[in-house]
Design a protein around this ligand. Structure first.
Ligand SMILES: Cc1ncc(COP(=O)(O)O)c(C=O)c1O
Length: 384
């Protein structure tokens, strides 16, 4: 059997990781400023993560939701305490898209309405409901997106007011910070206005924190910088530090009933062990402070590099546009400078989503590599 070939892949195979570094089969070490797509939060092979998973693996890796699971209760308590959402209810599932599907379903169920408000540049996943609220032509194009979705330009308050005047929404769904769009910040006033209009209309406000959550922007959730509370928050990626686990945080006014949502694997014992290790480490170590400090230092270092046109983002969720094609820059960073980075957004955009444990030393190494690679490409006559 052959693999279904849907991923353009680099040649390097990664076989081991530790904290902010990964190694290939030949023993070469790389600085991981991509985090396996914003997934590695507390660092590769964190000792707490390994211990928690190993203990659970030898005890009971999985049993279904037909039986009580004390680890789920423990996780809900711990997440409530650390996230600023102690009163919300938790539904555990398996991926970011699945979390968003469940959030959209709950919003329709709760309001009895169908229309959903989404924003230009949005990415919410690749299942049919999630793809329908995604604003990315290359991802949406070949599929049936028969959902009732209204797209409004991000950060355009007038357009937002007009949309609420014209439609009765079941939900508005928005990323705490847009990721796949190439790191686009949502204005705090815009988020506050959206919160206000959703409340006035009885629409459910869904904050997709799949990429921007778990301290990545220097806040536990990116939307918390605007001082707002969401009705539903969706989480994945950094939640499991590499173990696939996701969740939906649901306001107490949406009532559960048996059979309303469900999943076979969601909240299995191993997934809970992995997720517990992450919140325990985040509760014990000041990683959010580290993210804020290193992030703002790195942002200003990058902005000062010749050939870097624009730097966006907050904490360790950073996007920058280069004066050369990003795919060439990223390949050079990988093969010659042993630094992993992400793409997304435009042809010039590089995304940085490293583990939250990145130090100033690592950030220095990264900025030196970016400057050197840009110089090399410039000398070869490259530009976008
Ligand atoms: C903001 C956001 N929402 C949802 C998703 C989809 O998550 P998954 O790939 O786990 O389905 C992603 C993935 O990149 C994302 O960035």
């Amino acid at each position: 059997m052959k693999l279904f070939d849907v991923y353009p892949r680099y040649e390097t195979e990664l076989v081991r990781g530790e904290d902010v570094h990964v190694w290939d089969a030949s023993g070469r070490r790389y600085l991981d400023c991509y985090g396996g797509h914003a997934v590695i939060s507390i660092g590769h092979a964190h000792p707490r993560f390994i211990r928690r998973i190993n203990e659970q693996l030898s005890r009971l890796p999985f049993y279904s939701n037909a039986f009580p699971n004390a680890l789920q209760e423990e996780y809900a308590q711990a997440l409530g305490a650390i996230s600023g959402y102690p009163e919300h209810q938790l539904f555990l599932c398996n991926s970011g898209a699945e979390a968003n599907e469940n959030a959209l379903k709950l919003a329709s169920f709760h309001t009895g309405r169908q229309t959903v408000l989404a924003f230009t540049g949005a990415f919410h996943g690749r299942t049919s409901g999630a793809i329908a609220v995604t604003d990315n032509a290359s991802i949406r194009a070949p599929f049936n997106t028969g959902h009732d979705v209204v797209f409004v330009p991000l950060n355009d308050s007038d357009a937002l007011e007009k949309a609420f005047a014209r439609h009765a929404f079941a939900a508005a769904i928005i990323e705490g910070m847009q990721g796949v769009a190439g790191i686009r910040e949502v204005d705090a006033q815009f988020l506050a206005l959206l919160r206000d209009r959703c409340s006035a209309q009885g629409a459910v406000l869904i904050l997709d924190e799949v990429q921007s959550g778990f301290g990545r922007t220097g806040h536990f959730f990116a939307h918390q910088r605007a001082g707002i509370t969401a009705d539903i928050v969706t989480i994945a990626k950094g939640m499991g530090n590499g173990y696939p686990v996701a969740g939906v945080l649901i306001t107490p006014s949406i009532k559960a009933s048996h059979g309303l949502l469900g999943t076979t694997f969601g909240g299995g014992q191993l997934a809970c062990a992995a997720a517990l290790a992450v919140v325990e480490v985040l509760a014990e170590q000041p990683l959010q402070e580290n993210v804020a400090e290193i992030g703002s230092w790195l942002t200003s270092r990058l902005a000062a590099i010749e050939g870097v046109r624009e730097v966006r983002g907050s904490g360790l969720m950073i996007g920058f546009d280069a004066a050369v094609p990003a795919k060439d820059l990223r390949a050079l960073l990988l093969y010659e400078h042993a630094v992993l980075t992400g793409g997304g957004g435009g042809a010039a955009t590089v995304r940085l989503l490293p583990p939250l444990t990145l130090t100033k030393e690592h950030a220095t190494e990264l900025s030196i590599a970016v400057a050197a690679a840009l110089q090399q490409l410039h000398a070869q006559g490259e530009s976008v």
